[in-house]
Design a protein around this ligand. Structure first.
Ligand SMILES: [Zn+2]
Length: 561
């Protein structure tokens, strides 16, 4: 039995690997021609994109079709992430995912609304039985939309292996997408390695020789005691030449002479590894320059499977102190662009004696303490060895602690690091309202990383380095209606409200229509709360809304019409 299960788990991927057998298994989830506004493993903020984004001509409301026979196994409604999303399980051991939907097919929609009313919540999640919503390939299951974290109307589409839940590049299934343009290479950066930490020497802009060949102006001269060098590059792809929308690449290969030094393709990954994106890119260049440089080498703490067997990426010079490099970047249609460059040993640079520094080794636990702060970086939380910096403290204004500098925001963290600041002179009544705030270079509060007061300390978990201090959140969320004249809402189909919180964030909200719980749709990216009227309603009626933030402050809205 166990053998059978294992075999079943591996079947889909074997089929994908052959890349032909499944070509007829899935049909397009949209009835319009497919063009991508997002690619698989595209580099996003703190994650690799798990699916493909399919354009919907800038509009909502296109029929979304089941890509293959199966049953609806999961339905999720959220104000963030994939928004309204459907999951269909297929007999071949895969699950397809459809995200940012506007609405579900009627039978599914009814079931969702029933659950929303029972739970008196907009955000719900359902796991229907395998016989509840059986769907056929090509059957309409939803309407495309812009819900959740989506920034413009599109359909997010994923194919996952059912048991491992690993997303697989949907283009491996043979979906035909429009793309006639070669990838564009924009930058290259050079690195050296000193006792476990990598240092960027410089970033160069690259020059297009034609639409698929790139070069740098001159021979790049570099120097290092160990004669080992590394590179990263920035590149993007487009579907059409005039497209304003850039998407990610599919593969990259770095060649020195006849030797392949580093090679990877984006075929699949595990969600638990998605944050390794911050190890793959030059995180510092992203934060300081806004450039997404993909490394052609792996940092020691990077365990992303696609780079496991990619190679060392170490560039060495030949006997005449030169390296002839070729970087080949491909999109999924195997349209390649090549960057050609020559590296040479720089004989002019004098040998600099490296001063030994105190470091934090990447694969160990580290605990740092100052007078009023403490930090624990767990093992596996750093991608590379970093220079040790003590926690620094200085006085801020209108805060309940000193401002604490925790390393530098250009160093990425893989998981949350335990962090605590001692609260100073905080009145007892405000202790439950205390949190740790992020502080900018002008010593101003920019946001919250939460936290709970206990025995004089506020404890939380931080996922990035930077400056922090203790403050309190005593301000309730604000709620306004978006209508010019609220009295005339009887003539509308929908009424919308702005609902916002200044610091700790909205934890929950409830809307009432004539004192009865009302289904209001929350869209976090626009701070909007929407209430749909079924028909024109004649007055008098009353709408009330209450919203509570993460520190228990509640704001109210009430209007009669
Ligand atoms: Zn997407």
């Amino acid at each position: 039995m166990i053998k059978l299960i294992i075999l079943f788990q591996f079947i889909p991927w074997c089929l994908f690997a052959q890349n032909t057998l499944l070509n007829d298994y899935y049909s397009s989830p949209l009835a319009i021609s497919l063009s991508l506004s997002g690619t698989f493993c595209e580099i996003r903020n703190n994650h690799f994109h798990a699916g493909i984004d399919l354009r919907t001509q800038g509009k909502e409301g296109f029929p979304v079709l089941a890509a293959a026979n199966g049953f609806v196994s999961r339905i999720k409604v959220s104000s963030v992430g994939y928004g309204k999303a459907l999951y269909i399980t297929h007999p071949n051991g895969t699950v397809t995912v459809y995200g940012h939907l506007r609405a579900f097919a009627d039978n599914i929609q009814h079931c969702v609304e029933e659950m929303q009313h029972t739970q008196q919540k907009f955000e719900v999640e359902l796991f229907p039985d395998s016989n509840q919503f059986i769907v056929l390939k090509g059957e309409q299951i939803a309407l495309s939309g812009n819900s959740g974290g989506s920034e413009a109307p599109h359909l997010h589409f994923e194919i996952r292996e059912r048991y491992s839940e690993e997303p697989i590049n949907p283009l491996l299934s043979g979906l035909m997408v429009y793309d006639t343009v070669f990838p564009v290479i924009t930058h290259i950066a050079f690195y050296t390695n000193h006792s476990g930490s990598y240092e960027r020497n410089r970033i160069e802009r690259v020059k297009a020789i034609n639409d698929s060949v790139y070069a740098v102006d001159d021979t790049v001269r570099l120097w290092n005691t160990n004669n080992k060098f590394y590179i990263s590059f920035a590149a993007y792809d487009k579907a059409m030449a005039l497209d304003s929308n850039a998407v990610g690449i599919y593969s990259a290969t770095l060649i020195n002479g006849f030797d392949t030094l580093f090679n990877y393709q984006y075929n699949r990954f595990n969600f638990s590894d998605t944050r390794y994106v911050n190890a793959h890119i030059d995180y510092e260049a992203k934060i300081t320059e806004g450039i997404k440089l993909e490394r052609c080498f792996s940092l020691p703490g990077d365990s992303f499977p696609a780079f496991k067997n990619s190679g060392s990426g170490i560039i060495t010079f030949n006997e005449i102190a030169i390296a002839n490099l070729k970087l080949v970047v491909q999109d999924f249609k195997r349209q390649s662009s090549t960057l050609l460059l020559e590296l040479a040993k720089d004989s002019l640079i004098k040998k600099v004696k490296l001063i030994p520094k105190v470091t934090l080794v990447f694969n160990k636990e580290h605990i740092l303490k100052s007078k009023n702060a403490a930090l624990r970086i767990a093992k596996g939380n750093l991608y590379t060895t970093i220079d040790k910096e003590e926690l620094m403290e200085w006085k801020g204004r209108n805060l309940y602690s000193p401002i604490v500098k925790v390393f530098n925001k250009t160093i990425p963290l893989h998981k949350g690091a335990e962090f605590a600041i001692r609260a100073i002179k905080i009145p007892v009544v405000l202790q439950s309202k205390a949190l740790i705030a992020t502080i900018n270079d002008q010593n101003k509060i920019t946001g919250s990383v939460g936290g709970v007061y206990k025995n004089g300390w506020i404890k939380t978990s931080i996922r990035s380095f930077g400056n922090y201090a203790v403050t309190v959140d005593t301000t309730p969320p604000t709620i306004f209606h978006n209508q010019v004249a609220f009295d005339s809402i009887c003539n509308c189909n929908v009424v919308s409200f702005k609902i916002k919180d200044d610091l700790s964030g909205i934890e929950n909200y409830k809307g009432f229509f004539d004192n009865e719980w009302a289904l209001m749709e929350y869209d976090k990216k626009s701070d909007c709360l929407l209430y749909y009227f079924n028909n024109k309603i004649t007055g008098p009626h009353q709408i009330t809304i209450e919203a509570t933030d993460a520190k228990g402050n509640t704001g109210y809205f009430k209007s009669c019409f």
